[in-house]
Design a protein around this ligand. Structure first.
Ligand SMILES: [Cu+2]
Length: 180
């Protein structure tokens, strides 16, 4: 009975390892483009991935932050994740070279990160605040069904772990039984 269980778990583990690996999702497009020169401090950053990002119960675990070079402070921005697109409304008042850093959870459940850079050039002739920035309220986006797939993912993961732990124990018990 115990042997059957461990064999079943080992089989599940094998199947899980044989079929999943599609690899992490990839960033396929980023706005502003790497090394872009912007003239407006208020803009929308848009990152497009090759797969819908993982959102569990409205929780994206995604982050996007910028840092003015020379200053040590990373500023994180409000983000919205919609399927495979992450958008962030960015409002910067200081000109200069910026680093951009992002983190998302890939559809396979793994966090992936990346960096980019852009330059903000603000003209001194006219104040930048005349144009009202379009603010997008960060509405909680719920992906229906992703919760179910995560439950499946965790059950699968638990089974793999159980299989890894119990399969050798099962074998040991079998060997000992054979010896005695
Ligand atoms: Cu992955």
């Amino acid at each position: 009975m115990r042997l059957k269980t461990s064999l079943a778990l080992a089989l599940i583990a094998t199947v899980m390892f044989a079929f999943p690996a599609k690899g992490h999702d990839l960033l396929i497009d980023i706005e502003p483009a790497s090394q872009a020169v912007l003239t407006e401090g208020s803009f929308e950053a848009k990152l497009t991935f090759n797969n819908p990002l993982l959102v569990v119960d409205g929780e994206t675990n995604a982050e996007l932050s910028t840092k003015l070079s020379g200053s040590g402070d990373w500023v994180s921005h409000e983000i919205v994740v919609m399927d495979s697109v992450l958008t962030a409304q960015i409002n910067l008042s200081e000109a200069g070279d910026y680093e951009l850093r992002w983190k998302v959870v890939s559809s396979d459940g793994h966090p992936i990160t990346g960096e980019s850079a852009f330059t903000l050039e603000l003209g001194s002739s006219q104040p930048q605040d005349t144009e009202s920035p379009i603010l997008i309220a960060p509405a909680p986006i719920q992906e229906q069904g992703s919760g179910d797939s995560m439950v499946g993912f965790y059950i699968g993961l638990a089974m793999v772990i159980l299989g890894v732990i119990f399969a050798p124990i099962g074998l040991m018990i079998r060997r000992r039984a054979r010896k005695s």
